[in-house]
Ligand binder design. Structure first.
Ligand code: ADP
Length: 610
């Protein structure tokens, strides 16, 4: 049941077995480079397929590293009773692709043979061992292992193909044309020859008009890795199939980057931007990196040095002849060639993304919604070292609706507009409701909506874009008024000095000032921040693990001088003034998305007034 539910396409069993065989050969070939005991040369390695219609069997033979009894037991034996089966049972009614890819990680690859076979025999001899072993299983009922005869290291897997049923044609897997087709479809790039004896009908040279059967052993796969092929040879489906098989995704990638580079470093790279984050992307276990091949031979599965953190979501591989095969991992880190490749790859991904942004906005926005956060962190990380390469890839929501780049924003700016305005909040809807928004919009200025915690930090790193500085509309120093308006405000604040001082004292150190303001449109009150730390930054910094709550934005309580509430304050007696001040301060905190120190007091005071 597990196997059938995992794979809808039974035919992939062949691909799974072939990749295992290829991996096993890789291991022995790798060993042969340093171990003289391996008598095989590169050209001796192969995978053989035999079909037998009489006995309804497919046999796959490889001369790879093989398995010992213990390995047979651990690698093939455990899954039927292992955690991954339990896992599937617990999730029996969920068909989420996530669960499935988790299971993929446990290596059900081999077990997929039970989708088409009711009995599987594995004869294997591990390299360097004297005895061979035979593992037999019918899937559900466990397995047996016994000693047997086999001359050389390697593995022979025999599948006893199920009888056909009303709905399933299993016999197709005994047909040479079908197997040929499947090998070409899924395993064409396997580096070792996959050979099979093929029969062809050819004209009989003796008798005119009659045919005879000719047998010949043929290599079914082209053995050219897909990334070595030229782009013109490849169809989107080829890339998509390759990606899904190799990187265990159930969706096609959002973008494919295939590049051949010559020059300072010569390499082929095939990279993919997934549509969704890999299932473990946000866990500590996630490892970024590209597979590294040297001339078609895998030397490292996840070479982290090839990808900057801000592109950690990229999957793919790099194949270069410039890297020596027996290079050790530590050496690799310092490899000059590798650094050049990494740099070229970084550049390539950036240029692909730039192209996507320009030519396929919808796709780019989809990409950015999924992975944009990484790019923002990239701007912020390492003291902004990478900011220039990334700033034009950023998107922000804005008061114009939809997403905008910084460039588009600046291009739209009115001549009179000096700064790039932004406001922070949980989401665009909340930000649009901030009291400061209306006044800025009335001036005809667009506002960027910062909804990610990192946004404001990233912007601080950027400092400016095309000479325009960034201004938080919720900062105290924002001033869009004319000289005359400014003067009038200064005067009003002068006149109300005693009142404002009293209010500040009532708030007892919670704010650095209380001011009258003309920036609030029709809204009565707002909190703004003075100095470097904004309200959002205070929230973020204090929410970090290990924060000592020490970071405080310096708050200014702004009262709308044109709002009736201003008159009310001026006329209030001391007792009412205290209540009003606390109420206004608390409501301003709520608007800013901050907690109240004492929600009960807030509620009591409102009830009192009512
Ligand atoms: P996966 O290949 O994803 O690890 P499988 O269930 O397909 O999961 O295989 C489990 C393990 O069995 C492999 O990782 C490998 O160690 C071993 N194995 C499978 N097939 C072979 C083979 N033909 N030769 C040597 N080892 C093999």
């Amino acid at each position: 049941m597990m196997i059938n539910s995992i794979y809808t396409h039974k035919e992939i069993f062949l691909r799974e077995l072939i990749s295992n065989a290829s991996d096993a050969i890789d291991k022995l070939y790798f060993k042969s480079l340093t171990d003289n005991a391996v008598k095989l040369a590169r050209d001796d390695f192969k995978i053989e397929i035999d079909l037998d219609k009489e006995s309804r069997t497919i046999t796959l033979t490889d001369n790879g590293i093989g398995m010992s009894a213990e390995e047979l037991e651990n690698n093939l034996g455990t899954i039927a009773k292992s955690g991954s089966l339990n896992f599937k049972n617990e999730n029996a009614d969920s068909e989420k692709a996530d669960d499935i890819s988790v299971i993929g990680q446990f290596g059900v690859g081999f077990y997929s043979s039970f989708m088409v076979a009711d009995r599987v025999e594995v004869v294997s001899k591990a390299f360097g061992e004297d005895t061979a072993h035979k593992w037999i299983s019918t899937g559900a009922d466990g397995y047996t292992i016994e000693e047997c005869e086999k001359d050389d290291a390697g593995t022979v897997i025999t599948l006893h193909i199920k009888e056909d049923t009303e709905n399933e044609d299993y016999s197709q897997y005994l047909e040479q044309y079908r197997i040929d087709e499947l090998v070409k479809k899924y395993s064409d790039y396997i580096r070792y020859p996959i050979v099979m004896e093929m029969s062809h009908q050819v004209p009989d040279p003796e008798k005119e008009g009659e045919y005879i059967t000719e047998l010949s052993v043929e290599t079914l796969n082209s053995m050219v890795p897909i990334w070595r092929k030229s782009k013109s040879e490849l169809k989107p489906e080829d890339y998509n199939e390759f990606y899904k098989n190799k990187f265990m995704d159930y969706n096609d990638p959002l973008a494919v980057i295939h590049t051949k580079t010559e020059g300072q470093a010569t390499f082929d790279a095939l990279m993919f931007i997934p549509e969704n984050p890999p299932y473990d992307f946000y866990s500590k276990e996630y490892e970024k990196g590209l597979q590294l091949y040297s001339n078609g031979v895998l030397i490292m599965d996840k070479c982290a040095d090839l990808l900057p953190d801000y592109f950690s979501f990229v999957k793919g591989l790099v194949d270069s002849a410039d890297l020596s095969l027996n290079i050790s991992r530590e050496m690799l880190q310092h490899d000059h060639q590798l650094k050049i490749i990494a740099k070229a790859i970084d550049k390539k991904i950036k240029s692909e993304l730039t192209k996507m942004l320009k030519n396929d906005r919808e796709k780019y926005e989809k990409f950015f919604k999924t992975f944009g956060l990484q790019l923002k962190y990239g701007v912020y990380a390492n003291y902004g070292m990478e900011k220039d390469g990334l700033k034009d890839l950023l998107l922000f929501e804005s008061s114009n609706g939809g997403y905008t780049t910084l460039k588009e924003y600046v291009d739209r700016m009115a001549d009179s507009q000096e700064s790039i305005y932004y406001a922070c909040g949980e989401n665009a809807e909340r930000i649009a409701l901030l009291p400061q928004i209306d006044a800025v919009k009335e001036k005809g200025y667009e506002i960027l909506y910062f909804t990610d915690e990192v946004d404001e930090f990233a912007i601080q790193m950027l400092m400016e874009y095309e000479g325009k500085h960034f201004a938080n509309i919720c900062k105290d120093d924002l001033d869009l008024s004319t000289e005359a308006e400014k003067e009038a405000m200064t005067k009003k604040n002068e006149d109300a000095k005693d009142l404002l001082e009293k209010m500040k004292n009532i708030l007892d150190g919670k704010v650095t000032a209380v001011k009258l303001s003309n920036k609030l449109g029709s809204h009565p009150v707002s909190l703004t921040a003075e100095g470097y730390v904004s309200l959002e930054m205070e929230k973020v910094l204090n929410s970090m693990p290990g924060a000592n709550q020490g970071v405080k934005a310096q708050l200014v309580l702004e009262i709308n001088s044109d709002h009736p509430v201003a008159e009310k304050l001026a006329a209030a007696d001391d007792e009412s003034l205290e209540k009003y001040t606390k109420l206004l301060y608390s409501s301003a905190r709520l608007i800013a998305g901050l907690d109240l120190d004492n929600p009960t007091e807030f509620s009591d005071t409102i009830a009192d007034l009512m």
